[in-house]
Ligand binder design. Structure first.
Ligand code: URP
Ligand code: ZN
Ligand code: ZN
Length: 459
C-alpha cells in the first residue's frame, strides 16, 4: 500500500522545506519535490499545512492504581485521544507499588496495553523498591527492551524509594546503560507539611501547593542530581514545575552531571490559582508537583526555548469529578493528576510557536525528537527521513478553536484546560503508514499500536 503526502511543508527539529513524502507500508521510502503518484496510491493533499514527525509523549499514566482508585483511561481511549492531538507514540509509566512484585507488574502493564492501543507505546519501568530479587527482575525487563527506569522520591511507602534504593537503582542503570527518570520531591517534607496543614484545619485543594512548595521540589532535584554525579548514571527529571528546581538542574548540567529535564504542559499554561478554586473545581487541578505561581511560567518558557528544558510531556493522568471529590474533606485524598494527552501539542504549538515564545524546530525537538533520542527510539521515531516509521502529523496552523470537555475525546468528564484557545490542530495523522486521523476525526485501527522495545544506550 502506497500513501503519498503532497505539497506539505516538512518541519523537523533541524530542517524546513516543501516536498512530497512517499510511504510504502509502514515506512517512509522517498522524500522529494513533485513525486509522481503511482496508480492506486492514496493521496493526502497537505497544501498550506505543516508536516511534522509524529509527536512523542514521554510521560503518561494510563493503567494506574493510585490513591485508592484507578486513573480513568484505558489504552483504547488514551491512544485515540493521543492521536487526535498529534501524539503517535507514548511512554507509559509502568508503576507497580513497593508491595507488589516488579516483574508481575511489568507483565500486568504489558497485558493491559497489548492489542488495545491505536498507536505505538513503550514503558518506563518503575523501581519502587530495590532488593536482590527486584534487581534480577529489572535485568530481565531491560533485556526485554525497556531501557528506562522510573523512581519516585515522593509517595513514601507506595511508589517512593529511599536514598539507598535510589543509589542502587542508579548503580544498576549505569551498568546496564539505562536512563533513570525521577519524580523529584522530598517525601519527608511533603509528609510533614501535609500533617501540619491538615492539623491546622487547612483541608481545601488550595493547600496542596503549600504542602509541596518549590523548595521541596528543588531539594529533590538537587539530591537526584547529586546521586547521578556520584554514580555516573544518566538521569531525567520528570514534570519539573518551577524556577528553583530548574536552577538546581541547570547547576548540575553545568558541572557536567548527565541530567535531562522534562516539564509538562499543565505547568506552562495553568497556575496555582486554578487549584485555589473552591471545592472540586480546585481539585480538578491538583497534580504533583503542584501548579505553581504564575511567575514560574517565564522561567519554564525561557528554559524550554534555550534547551535547558529538554522535553515537554503531559503527565496525563485523568481522574473524573467523582474521583476528585474523594478529597472533599482533605486535599491529601484528592487523586493527583490532570488529563492532557490530547492537548499537549496544540497548547505547546499555540502558546510556544504561534505566540512567539518558541522556535518551531525547538518545538518539534521538545515534543518529539529529543524524547526519541533520549529513550532509544531515534531514528525510527522523532524524524522524517527515508527508513523511518511513517508516523506523520499534517498540521493545520490556520485552525482556531477552544478546548472543551464537550468536544474532547479524552475519557474524562472535565478538561483542565476548559475554554483555552488553540491556534492549530492536526488534520491528518498516520501511524506506521496508516491513516488514524482524517479531517480531525479518528478513523484509525484501535489495535494497530505496537510495543516498542528499546536498546540500552550506554550513556
Ligand atoms: O499528579 C500527578 N503527577 N499524578 C501522576 C503521578 C505522578 O506523580 O506522576
Ligand atoms: Zn510524578
Ligand atoms: Zn507522572
Amino acid at each position: 500500500m502506497t500513501l503519498v503526502i503532497k505539497n506539505g511543508e516538512i518541519i523537523t527539529s533541524d530542517s524546513r522545506y516543501k516536498a512530497d513524502i512517499y510511504v510504502e507500508d509502514e515506512t517512509i521510502t522517498q522524500i522529494g519535490k513533485n513525486l509522481p503518484v503511482p496508480p492506486g496510491a492514496e493521496v493526502i493533499d497537505a497544501t498550506g499545512k505543516y508536516v511534522f514527525p509524529g509527536f512523542i509523549d514521554p510521560h503518561v499514566h494510563i493503567y494506574l492504581p493510585f490513591m485508592g482508585t484507578f486513573a480513568k483511561d484505558n489504552h483504547e481511549t488514551a491512544s485515540r485521544a493521543a492521536l487526535l492531538g498529534g501524539t503517535t507514540t507514548y511512554i507509559e509509566m509502568c508503576c507497580p507499588n513497593r508491595n507488589e512484585d516488579t516483574l508481575a507488574g511489568y507483565q500486568l502493564w504489558k497485558s493491559q496495553a497489548e492489542g488495545n492501543s491505536a498507536c505505538d507505546y513503550t514503558f518506563h519501568m518503575a523501581v519502587s523498591k530495590f532488593d536482590e530479587k527486584t534487581e534480577a527482575q529489572l535485568r530481565e525487563i531491560v533485556a526485554d527492551g525497556m531501557s528506562s527506569f522510573k523512581i519516585f522520591l515522593s509517595y513514601k511507602n507506595f511508589f517512593g524509594v529511599d536514598d539507598d534504593e535510589m543509589y542502587q537503582t542508579m548503580r544498576l542503570a549505569k551498568e546496564l546503560g539505562v536512563i533513570v527518570t525521577a519524580h523529584c520531591e522530598n517525601a519527608e517534607l511533603v509528609g510533614r507539611l501535609q500533617e501540619k496543614l491538615i492539623g491546622e484545619g487547612k483541608t481545601g485543594p488550595e493547600w496542596h501547593e503549600p504542602s509541596r512548595p518549590e523548595s521541596v521540589e528543588a531539594e529533590g532535584t538537587s539530591r537526584f542530581a547529586t546521586f547521578l554525579e556520584n554514580t555516573g548514571a544518566t538521569g531525567y527529571v520528570v514534570h519539573l514545575s518551577c524556577a528553583p528546581a530548574l536552577e538546581a538542574a541547570v547547576a548540575a548540567k553545568s558541572r557536567g552531571v548527565s541530567i535531562y529535564v522534562e516539564s509538562v504542559i499543565p505547568h506552562f499554561i495553568l497556575d496555582k490559582t486554578y487549584a485555589e478554586r473552591p471545592g472540586v473545581e480546585g481539585a480538578k487541578h491538583v497534580m504533583s508537583p503542584p501548579l505553581r505561581d504564575k511567575s514560574n511560567h517565564e522561567a519554564l518558557w525561557h528554559g524550554l526555548a534555550q534547551g535547558l528544558i529538554d522535553t515537554v510531556g503531559t503527565d496525563h493522568c485523568p481522574f473524573d469529578v467523582s474521583q476528585k471529590a474523594m478529597g472533599k474533606d482533605a486535599f491529601t485524598a484528592i487523586p493527583n493528576g490532570i488529563p492532557a494527552i490530547e492537548d499537549r501539542v496544540n497548547l505547546l504549538y499555540t502558546y510556544g510557536v504561534s505566540r512567539g515564545r518558541l522556535d518551531i524546530h525547538r518545538f518539534v525537538d521538545a515534543a518529539s525528537t529529543k524524547s526519541a533520542k533520549l529513550f532509544g527510539l531515534f531514528p525510527r521515531k522523532g524524524c522524517i527521513a527515508v527508513g523511518s516509521d511513517a508516523d506523520l502529523v499534517i498540521y493545520d496552523p490556520a485552525y482556531r478553536g477552544k478546548i472543551s470537555a464537550a468536544t474532547h475525546s479524552v475519557n474524562n468528564d472535565y478538561s483542565g484546560f476548559e475554554g483555552v484557545e488553540i491556534d492549530g490542530k492536526p488534520s491528518c495523522v498516520t501511524v506506521r503508514g496508516k491513516i488514524a486521523v482524517l479531517d480531525g476525526k479518528f478513523v484509525g485501527d484501535k489495535t494497530r499500536g505496537q510495543l516498542l522495545r528499546r536498546q540500552p544506550s550506554h550513556f
